[in-house]
Write a new protein. Structure first.
Length: 208
């Protein structure tokens, strides 16, 4: 498999964690978002949405949309599971994950923030605002105790949370109201999958 990825992309980070967690071998092709490589005509053929990640699974098929890629990986490599078999617990975990994937990430994406800046908005204030709102909701949706967001097993929720917290640190979000989330982040970052997937351990990463 080939993962089209950018070291600092939170959506790529999600997929990298899942691939490492499930022990799926892959090669990384770096798409430099800072240079606008995602908008090149070559890359548009790979992902018409002009974003990362994209996962080429064979000569004919390339998957796009990080949450869809995670769902594919879960079906093809069910162990270790990112979602439990209990439908209610699974839905609760997916809802927390989607606070990040659907409520925070899309409005804070590079192209959206660039457009906001071109309209005169303060891009950093904009991003911090959405992160605060989303992380507050996330913290209320998860279990109050446990090593990770939902108990002692890593789930899809943690796989979305930790990359988002990477961004929160990057943009200076005050994380003091999110102590439980920071504890979960620390626990996740101690695992092999998160270590390997971390932005600083990717090809072409820079000193942040
Ligand atoms: N919904 C898509 C979003 C993909 C996406 O846009 N990723 C960001 C990086 S985290 C990106 O490539 N942005 C490029 C841009 O905004 O120009 C997914 O989850 O895969």
């Amino acid at each position: 498999m080939i993962l089209y990825s950018y070291w600092r992309s939170t959506t790529s980070y999600r997929v990298r964690v899942a691939l490492h967690l499930k022990g799926v071998p892959f090669t990384t092709r770096s798409i430099n978002l800072a240079d606008g490589e995602q908008c090149s005509s070559n890359y548009e053929k790979i992902n018409p949405s002009m974003g990362v990640p994209a996962l080429q699974i064979n000569d004919d098929v390339t998957l796009t949309q990080s949450m869809t890629i995670l769902s594919y990986l879960e079906q093809v490599h069910p162990v270790p599971a990112m979602l439990p078999s209990d439908p209610i617990k699974s839905a609760l975990i997916a809802a927390a994950a989607n606070v990040i994937a659907c409520d925070i990430h899309p409005v804070n994406n590079l192209k959206v923030v660039s457009r906001m800046k071109s309209l005169g908005a303060d891009g950093i204030e904009w991003m911090i605002d959405w992160m605060n709102q989303g992380l507050m909701a996330y913290q209320k949706l998860i279990e109050p105790k446990g090593r990770y967001s939902f108990g002692d097993d890593l789930t899809l929720a943690d796989i979305c949370l930790v990359p988002q917290l990477y961004n929160a640190h990057r943009w200076g979000v005050d994380l003091s109201p999110f102590k439980r989330l920071v504890e979960i982040e620390q626990a996740c970052l101690m695992t092999d999958a998160f270590q390997k997937a971390h932005p600083n351990n990717q090809p072409n990463s820079e000193t942040p």
